[in-house]
Design a protein around this ligand. Structure first.
Ligand code: PLP
Length: 388
């Protein structure tokens, strides 16, 4: 009898160790892991470079308070700022903390410029920004908020893809629009570049901030460092997590100089956020991601994966409805019974995970090999042959 609370519907399997794209059970069974902790292990399991970096830091210094200067954090923040739109960074430990901090940054900015009533955040209905009280109410999802009243106020919602609904929902109290650049949990729905440009324009016209949640789709997963990279727009605030820690809990909120002006001493904090151990791992992840050609290879391999999956869609039109996503954030939308399909994939030693709208989510590590993709395609094909 497990003493863990029942808030997860866990699969009846556990693993002893992992290596690259694979996980191994106690009994030596080998699984191709295309979940990777839900887009967390960006460089696969037990990546030797990350292992070396973490061991080196473990022997030196794990944790000191943010009351002191943390050189590893200074380094990570300045690398993120140099490579992106951002001027400033606040480190956190998870995605929900990062999105919640993003909300705080937006509110505080308007407060600091003498507009405290401009404090509402406009989000997509049924989006996903985490599981804290504020972020579940940001999601506008009945399922996630049920039983957790009273409602955390300060959020308005519009329908995904509806410009009319978006424009109608903006009021003089709107401080920011917050969207996932690619809706992950919501079914791998990509906001196209032209829409991102439109969003930026609407924000500029209405003097409101644009928050792009890149917790799941950021840090190279799209083939660009950020999923909004191809649109060439500049958001004001970007929460990140998952891939930046490569498996170590690490989140951050990135922001422009203008909006950072509200975050004066004492306005936000975190005991663990930005400690030397997490920062060293984050720096090691960036060492790999910023290597010449790394993101180009993510683009190349993901193009191959998408094209192979689209071939399967053509071959099995009654099983696969749509191949969704960008880069290595991939969704297979099925006509029916995604749960059974995922189970059958697992029976054939391929791990995937669900998303809304009957989608099978496929999240290989960013350094996945072609032969591993070929193996996944072979297994998916086999399951398609028997799936009704
Ligand atoms: C887009 C997005 N934002 C926020 C979160 C919350 O991240 P965490 O589970 O680390 O709190 C997630 C998690 O899946 C996510 O996909």
């Amino acid at each position: 009898m497990s003493a863990l609370a029942k808030n997860y519907n866990r699969r009846k399997i556990s693993f002893k160790y992992g290596k690259g794209s694979f996980l191994y059970t106690n009994k030596g069974k080998k699984y191709l892991d295309f979940v990777q902790g839900i887009a967390v292990n960006s460089l696969g399991h037990s990546n030797p470079y990350l292992v070396k970096a973490i061991i080196k830091q473990v022997k030196k210094l794990w944790h000191v308070s943010n009351a002191f200067i943390i050189p590893e954090g200074e380094k990570l923040a300045s690398r993120l700022a140099k490579k992106t739109f951002a001027d400033f960074v606040i480190f956190q430990n998870s995605g929900a903390e990062a999105t919640e901090a993003a909300i705080k940054v937006a509110k505080r900015y308007f407060y600091s410029i003498g507009q405290p009533k401009k404090n509402r955040i406009l989000c997509v209905k049924n989006s996903f920004h985490g599981r804290t009280l504020a972020t579940i109410y940001a999601s506008g999802s009945k399922k996630m908020t049920e039983g957790f009243g009273p409602k955390v106020d300060g959020f308005d919602h519009f329908e995904f893809g509806s410009h009319n609904s978006l424009k109608k929902s903006i009021t003089n109290k709107t401080a920011a629009i917050m969207v996932e650049t690619v809706m992950g949990e919501g079914g791998i729905k990509v906001i196209p570049d032209w829409c991102l440009k439109g969003l930026r324009k609407i924000c500029n016209e209405n003097k409101i901030l644009l928050i792009l949640d890149e917790v799941q789709c950021g840090i190279g997963r799209s083939g660009n460092f950020f999923a909004f990279g191809s649109s060439k727009i500049k958001p004001d605030i970007v929460p990140i997590a998952k891939g930046i820690g490569g498996g170590f809990p690490l989140g951050a909120v990135l922001m422009s100089k203008r909006v950072a002006s509200g975050m004066t001493a004492g306005t936000h904090g975190s005991t663990f956020g930005g400690n030397p151990l997490a920062m060293s791992v984050g720096n090691a992840v960036l060492d790999q991601l910023f290597k010449r050609g790394f993101l180009t290879s993510v683009k190349k391999i993901s193009k191959y994966f998408h094209s192979e999956l689209n071939k399967l869609k053509i071959k099995f039109p009654k099983v696969i409805k749509e191949v969704r996503g960008v880069g290595l954030l991939i969704g297979l939308q099925l006509h029916n019974d995604q749960k059974k399909f995922i189970q059958k994939l697992m029976d054939n030693k391929l791990l995937t995970i669900r998303a809304a709208e009957n989608v099978v989510r496929i999240l290989p590590p960013l350094n996945v090999k072609k032969k591993e993709i070929d193996l996944a395609i072979k297994i998916i094909k086999k399951v398609c042959l028997t799936h009704k």
